[in-house]
Design a protein around this ligand. Structure first.
Ligand code: FES
Ligand code: FES
Length: 157
């Protein structure tokens, strides 16, 4: 039986009816029309469904919708014109429509949480997103660019 919940997604409060077992991934896509988070493995392995949950990257296929009550959820639709989105375009880091949004969400969280991350930490962080089609070099270049720009902005003049 469905129950009414209020979720905060991309800064907007949404009241919807969800089943207790409904994943956040399905609710975002099917109830809220936010299809940027993708159903890949639906098992926590690929990262295609990554969203930000109170600023931390989270696999939405492993999160129940009711767990998101009283938390801030951000999806790829909420990152329009952010530095990380622009860096992905500039560095040609956008890949297929399936994996890219998850990579951007994860890189955005890295830039916010660990602005001093080095190249080894970047590689380690990206392990939670899987693409077997191509390399990760452009993605690493995009996040590196964002971190460098952040460091310049934060340097006192
Ligand atoms: S769909 Fe969630 S980790 Fe693959
Ligand atoms: S899964 Fe998207 S390019 Fe490989």
């Amino acid at each position: 039986m469905k129950q009414m919940v209020e979720l905060t997604v991309n800064g907007e409060k949404k009241r919807i009816y969800v089943r207790p077992a409904a994943t956040l991934l399905n609710t975002l896509r099917e109830e809220l029309g936010l299809t940027g988070a993708k159903p890949g493995c639906e098992n926590g392995d690929c990262g295609a469904c990554t969203i930000n949950f109170d600023g931390r990257p989270m696999k939405s296929c492993l999160t129940l919708s009711i767990e998101a009550v009283d938390h801030q959820v951000t999806t790829i639709e909420g990152l329009i014109d952010t530095p990380i989105q622009q860096a992905f375009v500039k560095q040609f880091a956008f890949q297929c429509g399936y994996c890219t949004s998850g990579f951007i969400m994860n890189c955005h969280a890295l830039a916010e949480l660990y602005p001093n991350a080095n190249e080894y930490q970047i590689k380690d962080w990206l392990q939670s997103n899987i693409c077997r089609c191509t390399g990760y070099e452009e993605i690493e270049a995009a996040i590196t660019e964002v971190l460098k720009n952040k460091a310049i902005e934060d340097t006192p003049s």
